[in-house]
Every structure is written in structure tokens, then in C-alpha cells.
Write a protein that binds this ligand. Structure first.
Ligand code: HEM
Length: 467
């Protein structure tokens, strides 16, 4: 029989505890409540059922940080350390198998992890270091993509309705991802549509995933033969022994990281600003501060892929057996009263000690880029729209939950375009955007005709609401 609250710490095998499913109606509507219930019952580490697999969910800030930092080196991410899987107890049909078997840097440890991370660090450096010409050109491109998308959604009138998730926050980072990868624009747009199909896990996801893998492998081969001024080429130059398969697996991470997580950060920041009665006053604290507050309150990566201890280890009120799967909950850690409860909600500057970007040997390597895309996306929107407001109360917005993330299904707004706007390229890399609309550098009609693009443009045009 289950005790009401776990206080002891003797060894209790995970498979012997009858655990509740993590996912379900409550998790969909308010995951915070589920984390609270689990914390009350079990403390900072709770056994849960994740789609039929028993897992330890870590909810305590201190415990999550301790595992992330991995000081003793006992925590591994490679699947060979997963005891139940090695014993054949995990069905290949388990829904998270494709993610967990993607065999990229997120699932490596030690020397191989350091090698792959070196490729990422060196590959991203030209695009994340504000003094480099590539970073400056990328910044102008992001502004231009933002302008193109805004112009498209406002085609046919200066005011109306839009879904800022599907028509802006999701496509924008994917366009950035394509540029980083060095795809030609039309081919890149087809790839982008396939990424979208895979991320949405719809009926055509399998075929799209196969086309995506083929396109990325082809890209890796091309960059190996003809290096360009792009991320894969810089990754190859940094780690010359990197194979086509290794490079393909790494760059396949990009659409999810940049598309889903950055898109989600953009959406959540827009909601935060629009939900505030004086939207532009919120931005007066600095756009980066607003994004930081949002990452803390509603972390795009809510729960992380598993870690496995190499030896039995005490964590919270339990002894975790070597090889048991442990899922760190960033969202749970941020809601831990010992962390979240100690923060001053009135503070002008929110803490940077949150875990939205991870920590330790697997910490995020694309943080500056994700921040930059988000800050440009948000500030550009408020520069181009003289008025924008949520088309429904914030607490009725439709959320989509998955084991690892919580994202908005749609972000319906009513907007009114500013009559004039300053064209892309007027802000410098790293500058904090002004809280007030920027004075136009050059008066440009708000709605201009874009050249017709590919399938992506046709798809986005199809999303426009009649007014
Ligand atoms: C808002 C957007 C993003 C968020 C919230 C985010 C957050 C995170 C977190 C929490 C981790 C740690 C995962 C773990 O410890 O298991 C991580 C890892 C990583 N991130 Fe990000 N990330 C974002 C965007 C990006 C972008 C745009 C890139 C690249 C351009 C990137 C590159 C990486 C890489 C390469 C890793 C894996 C490192 C490893 O496993 O060693 N991230 N990210």
C-alpha cells in the first residue's frame, strides 16, 4: 500500500512502486498543480509513470542543479546505462524512442560529448559573437525575416487578426535555422515545411522525417566537399574527423531547439508583454529582462531527457538504483518553494540563477542565439504594430503539453499596423531595444509586396484570416 507521504529513504525498487502517470488531463491543463501534488507526496524526487515507463522525476531545485552539475561524474546520458532497456524491458514502440535514440550530443558523455560540444561551440561562434561579421549579417537577416512575416500576415489591410504562433513565432526561428544550415532559400523552405510536419507529429510526419534526414545528410555531404560560410562548415572545420552521420545527427537537433523552443520563448514573451496592461512599459525594463523573466516563469524546456546514475545514489527521500532513468524537471525546480518562494516578485531584475538553459556539462550552447532571435522578434513586432492585443483572456490560451515541453497551440491577436516603420538593419547587435517605438529612420509604407516564395509562403498566406 502507498503511504500518504514518503519520509523514509530506504532502498525501494522503482519497479515496485505503483506510480501515477505524469501525463493526463491535469498535466495538460496545469502541470504546476501536478508537480505540487507530487512534491507534497514524495518530496523533491517523485516516482512517476511516463507513457508506461517508470521514471524518477526530480522537482527540487537543489537536486536538479546537483544532477546537472554532475560533480562526482556519476550521471550519464548514454542509453547503454539504462538498466531496464538493457534488460529488454522497454518496448521499441515506446513513443519517446525516436527522440531518445537520436544519438546526438544530448545522449553522450565524456570525451565524445566534449568533442561534439567543441564542434557546436566553434560552429556557433561566428554567429553568436557580436563582433563577427556573420553575427551582424545574421542579425539583419532576422530583422528582415521578421519584417517579411509581419508584412505577409498584414497583407490586404493594416489591421486584423493573426495567429502569432503559426504566422510569426514558429516560422521565424525556423527561417533562421535554415540560414545557419546554409540551405538555398527554396530548398530550405521545403525542408522547413518538413520540419514543421515532424514537429507536429501529424499523419505525414514519418515521410517528412525521412525526407528531412535525407536532406540533412545530403547537406552534410555537400558541406564536407564544398565548405561555406555556415554552421555545418564551421563545425566540420573545428572537428575535422566528424563523420557525415555525426554531423547530420547534430544538425538535426537544430529545428527542434531553434524551432520549437525558441518559437515557444517568443510566444511566451509576447503573451507576457500583451498580458500586461501597459505593454510597452514592461519593455522599459529592457527586453532581455522580460525574456529572462519569461524563461524563469515558463521554461520552454520543461523536463529534460533522462540521466542514469552509474552507482546507487541517494536523491531526495529515495535511493536511486544504478541505471534507473531520472528526468530533471526544470519547470518543477523553478516552482520549488525553496527557490521560487525565495524570489522577490517585485524585483526590477529577475534572477539569472534559473535553469532554463540547463547547467553543467550539457548546458545550452545556443543560448545567446536563442535570446537574440527572441529579442529581435519581440521588439520588431512592437515596432511594426501600433496596437496589438490578445484576442482571448490569457488564462484561456490553448496549450499543448508534451513530456518535455509546454507550448502554445495558437496565439490569436488583434493588431493594427503602425503607419511607418524603420526598415530592417537599424538596430545594432546586442543593443537593448528602446521601450518606445523607434523613430523611423526612413519612412516606408507599412505594407509592401514581397516576392512570392515557395510552399512555405503559400502555406503562411493560407493562414491569413479574412477580415
Ligand atoms: C529558447 C530556446 C532554447 C532553450 C530554452 C534551450 C535550453 C536548453 C537546455 C535546458 C539544455 C540542456 C539539456 C540537458 O541538460 O539535458 C540545452 C542543451 C543544448 N542546447 Fe539549447 N536551448 C534553446 C535553444 C538552443 C539553440 C537555438 C541552440 C543552437 C543553435 C541550442 C543548442 C543546444 C545544444 C547543442 C545543447 C546540447 C548540449 C549537450 O547536450 O551537451 N539551444 N538547451
Amino acid at each position: 500500500m502507498m503511504p500518504d507521504a514518503w519520509t523514509a529513504s530506504p532502498y525501494v525498487p522503482l519497479s515496485s512502486i505503483s506510480v501515477e502517470p505524469l501525463l493526463g488531463g491535469d498535466y495538460d491543463s496545469d502541470p504546476g498543480l501536478v508537480y505540487k501534488r507530487l512534491r507534497t507526496k514524495y518530496g523533491p524526487v517523485a516516482p512517476v509513470d511516463l507513457l508506461g515507463v517508470p521514471v524518477w522525476l526530480v522537482l527540487g531545485y537543489t537536486e536538479v542543479l546537483q544532477v546537472l552539475q554532475n560533480q562526482g561524474g556519476i550521471w550519464n546520458k548514454h542509453l547503454r546505462y539504462w538498466r531496464a532497456r538493457a534488460e529488454g524491458r522497454i518496448s521499441p514502440a515506446w513513443p519517446l524512442t525516436p527522440i531518445f535514440e537520436s544519438d546526438n550530443s544530448a545522449f553522450h558523455d565524456g570525451a565524445q560529448l566534449r568533442r561534439l560540444r567543441h564542434a557546436w561551440t566553434a560552429g556557433l561562434a561566428p554567429f553568436q559573437d557580436p563582433t563577427r561579421p556573420q553575427a551582424q549579417a545574421l542579425e539583419r537577416a532576422i530583422e528582415q525575416y521578421a519584417d517579411d512575416l509581419i508584412t505577409l500576415l498584414a497583407e490586404g489591410g493594416g489591421n486584423g487578426w493573426a495567429d502569432l504562433s503559426a504566422q510569426y513565432a514558429r516560422p521565424l526561428p525556423l527561417m533562421v535555422s535554415n540560414r545557419l544550415l546554409g540551405f538555398e532559400s527554396i530548398q530550405g523552405d521545403d525542408v522547413l515545411m518538413d520540419v514543421w510536419r515532424v514537429l507536429d507529429a501529424g499523419p505525414d510526419a514519418t515521410a517528412a522525417s525521412q525526407r528531412l534526414i535525407a536532406a540533412v545528410t545530403d547537406l552534410a555531404l555537400t558541406k564536407m566537399r564544398h565548405p561555406g560560410d555556415d554552421l555545418p562548415s564551421y563545425m566540420l572545420a573545428a572537428v575535422p574527423g566528424l563523420s557525415v552521420e555525426e554531423l547530420s545527427r547534430e544538425i538535426l537537433m537544430l529545428p527542434g531547439l531553434i524551432g520549437d523552443f525558441t518559437g515557444s520563448l517568443i510566444c511566451n514573451t509576447l503573451v507576457e508583454v500583451m498580458g500586461n496592461p501597459d505593454a510597452r512599459a514592461t519593455l522599459s525594463q529592457g527586453i532581455e529582462e522580460v525574456v529572462n523573466r519569461v524563461a524563469l516563469a515558463n521554461s520552454p524546456m520543461a523536463n529534460l531527457t533522462f540521466r542514469f546514475p552509474a552507482v546507487d545514489v541517494q536523491l531526495g527521500r529515495f535511493v536511486i538504483a544504478a541505471g534507473d532513468p531520472v528526468m530533471l524537471s526544470i519547470a518543477g525546480a523553478h516552482a520549488d518553494p525553496q527557490f521560487g518562494g525565495a524570489l522577490d516578485p517585485q524585483a526590477m531584475r529577475s534572477t539569472r540563477a534559473h535553469l532554463a538553459w540547463g547547467a553543467g556539462p550539457h548546458s545550452c550552447l545556443g543560448r545567446q542565439l536563442a535570446m537574440r532571435v527572441t529579442t529581435i522578434a519581440v521588439s520588431r513586432l512592437f515596432e511594426r504594430f501600433s496596437r496589438v492585443r490578445l484576442a482571448m483572456p490569457p488564462d484561456q490560451l490553448p496549450w499543448r503539453s508534451s513530456p518535455m515541453a509546454r507550448t502554445l497551440r495558437s496565439l490569436p491577436v488583434q493588431f493594427e499596423l503602425a503607419e511607418y516603420y524603420a526598415p530592417a538593419g537599424h538596430t545594432g547587435f546586442g543593443t537593448v531595444s528602446s521601450p518606445e517605438p523607434m523613430p523611423p529612420v526612413m519612412a516606408v509604407p507599412a505594407v509592401r509586396q514581397e516576392p512570392p516564395r515557395s510552399a512555405l509562403w503559400r502555406f503562411l498566406r493560407g493562414l491569413r484570416r479574412e477580415r
